[in-house]
Design a protein around this ligand. Structure first.
Ligand code: NAD
Length: 260
């Protein structure tokens, strides 16, 4: 479906971003991976994805808190593949604490990586999409772009912010063959959430599995974790022709969390 298209997926060395990169590659899309991690492990992931799908897969380790590196990521993608069609803004971090205890540097880092990075990448990518005459911007937001939870001030603020950015991007590209939408996952068991499960297990004296069950049951009515692969298929759908008139919307995939 996406043969010959080019996608950059930020934060795609693990979790949801990696699943999205794999699914887009499976549709024939050339991929620029991005993210942090061990260089040898990233190279093994890059090579395996290229071998399995037959598309071209490259890696750029831009730090998504650094605007100049973000611009470099977009430019390198366009130069390397001769264009850019799909931008998935997915890189993200978490820190949990009450507002009164929240470290200023964690606030700044979360706003930079989870929100401002998407502004810088979208700004740099739109001209390439307009030149190609087709584009998709997909923002991995969160249920926390729609509702709040305690102890996540920076994360909730950043994710609500990205909902606004999604709408403005959609309006400014409405007359172009470009769409911009947000996917809003509930709990997904990735590294970002394993840290929260481990903290809960430690505080409450629970096993990791009991803490995971408690965490998902507290907010997610289905009592079942969303998987990265489910979210990846939503991203693929948003890239389809069927979704060409879907723009500026948020798609919750949250086991009923935000229906409450
Ligand atoms: P993850 O920790 O597995 O993935 C995060 C990715 O972002 C990794 O590839 C990491 O290397 C990258 N990253 C972090 N800081 C970076 C930086 N400075 N520069 C470049 N890359 C950086 O976690 P995940 O759950 O897959 O998170 C992906 C996105 O999904 C995030 O935006 C997160 O907020 C969102 N999300 C996750 C959940 C969940 O339950 N896991 C729910 C809703 C939304």
């Amino acid at each position: 479906m996406l043969k010959g298209k080019v996608a950059v997926v930020t934060g795609s060395t693990s979790g949801i971003g990696l699943a999205m990169a794999k699914a887009l590659a499976g549709q024939g899309c050339n991929i620029m991976l991005n993210g942090l991690g061990d260089a040898a492990a990233i190279e093994a992931t890059r090579k395996a994805l290229a071998d399995e799908t037959g598309v071209e897969v490259a890696f750029n380790g831009a730090d998504m808190s650094k605007p100049d590196q973000i611009r470099g990521l977009i430019q390198e993608t366009a130069d390397r593949f001769g264009g850019l069609h799909i931008l998935v803004n997915n890189a993200g971090i978490q820190y949990t604490s009450s507002i009164e205890e929240f470290p200023e540097d964690r606030w700044d880092a979360i706003i930079a990586i989870n929100l401002s990075s998407a502004f810088h990448s979208t700004k740099a990518a739109l001209p390439h999409m307009k030149k190609a005459g087709w584009g998709r911007v997909i923002n991995t937001a969160s249920v926390h772009g729609l509702v709040a939870s305690i102890h996540k001030a920076a994360y909730v603020a950043a994710k609500h912010g990205i909902m606004g950015l999604t709408k403005v991007t959609a309006l400014e590209t409405a007359e172009d063959p470009i769409t911009c939408n947000a996917i809003c996952p509930g709990w997904v068991r990735t590294e970002l959430v394993e840290k929260q499960i481990a903290a809960r297990a430690g505080e409450a004296g629970l096993s990791v599995e009991d803490a995971a069950r408690q965490l998902v049951e507290e907010k997610q009515p289905s009592k079942t974790f969303v998987t990265p692969e489910m979210l990846a298929q939503v991203a693929v759908f948003l890239c389809s022709d069927a979704a060409s008139q879907m723009t500026g919307v948020s798609v919750p995939v949250d086991g009923g969390w935000t229906a409450q």
